[in-house]
Design a binder for this molecule. Structure first.
Ligand code: HEC
Ligand code: HEC
Ligand code: HEC
Length: 152
């Protein structure tokens, strides 16, 4: 049955063929609009002069850095701070909510909600910087949250 329909394609009415083509064009228009920046998230600028790596690099590859960092810490017990998640949160917490992912305007959530990315990180990691930084340099503060659970 399906084959018979396909074989019928050249015989389709002109209007029907036009409708099919228009339908295909409408489907293409969505990604085209997205690349044109319609509804793109507005991001609050991070604290300080610059990010931990080149900004353009960060836009594309921050997930790789974080995963690499996580693997290093978890598997080999090496703790470097350059690409730490705690650092991201400290510089990118919203001036309004104090969080990177409590509303869809907050820095990390803004792009992820827009792109349909859902992180499990905030199940365990704080979306807000620690209120009182430890006075002692030897004391390691954990990025794990004490109170708040969940983020976008
Ligand atoms: C089930 C809980 C859990 C989840 C989910 C989780 N982590 Fe972690 N993460 C930990 C623990 C525990 C540590 C090590 C303890 C510490 O560093 O305080 C850690 C450490 C890290 C570190 C190194 C410490 C730092 O601040 O840089 C990074 C980076 C990291 N995780 C990234 C992530 C990212 C990114 C996600 C989401 C993709 C994620 N984690 C999800 C529990 C979790
Ligand atoms: C010392 C503060 C600081 C730290 C730590 C930091 N950032 Fe940034 N980040 C910035 C600043 C400032 C900018 C804006 C730079 C610019 O405009 O060129 C930025 C830009 C970005 C951008 C691009 C935003 C845009 O406008 O498209 C991303 C993505 C990003 N950072 C992610 C991260 C992640 C992920 C981490 C943790 C691994 C992190 N940042 C750690 C300060 C920081
Ligand atoms: C400029 C937009 C943008 C910003 C800002 C941004 N992200 Fe992302 N992030 C993305 C996109 C897009 C993806 C999905 C990339 C893919 O699937 O290849 C992603 C993916 C990730 C992933 C991997 C998710 C997975 O399950 O594979 C992690 C972890 C992550 N982001 C962490 C963060 C953190 C933490 C912040 C805030 C400090 C942040 N991102 C800010 C755009 C952004």
């Amino acid at each position: 049955m399906g084959m018979a329909r396909l074989a019928n394609w050249p015989g389709m009415g002109k209007a029907l063929r036009l409708a099919v083509l228009l339908g295909a064009a409408a489907m293409l228009a969505v990604p085209l609009q997205a690349t044109a920046g319609v509804g793109k998230p507005v991001l609050e600028r991070g604290k300080g002069e610059r990010c931990v790596e080149d900004t353009e690099y960060m836009r594309r590859h921050h997930m790789d850095l974080l995963k690499h960092q996580r693997d290093k810490t978890m598997r080999q017990g090496i703790r470097t701070t350059k690409h730490s998640l705690k650092g991201c949160v400290e510089c990118h917490a919203s001036s309004k909510t104090g969080s990177v992912a409590s509303t869809k305007e907050d820095f990390c959530a803004a792009c992820h909600v827009y792109s349909g990315v859902k992180l499990d990180c905030w199940d365990c990691h704080a979306t807000k910087p620690k209120k009182t930084p430890a006075p002692s340099t030897t004391q390691q503060t954990s990025p794990l949250m004490e109170s708040q659970v969940g983020g976008l």
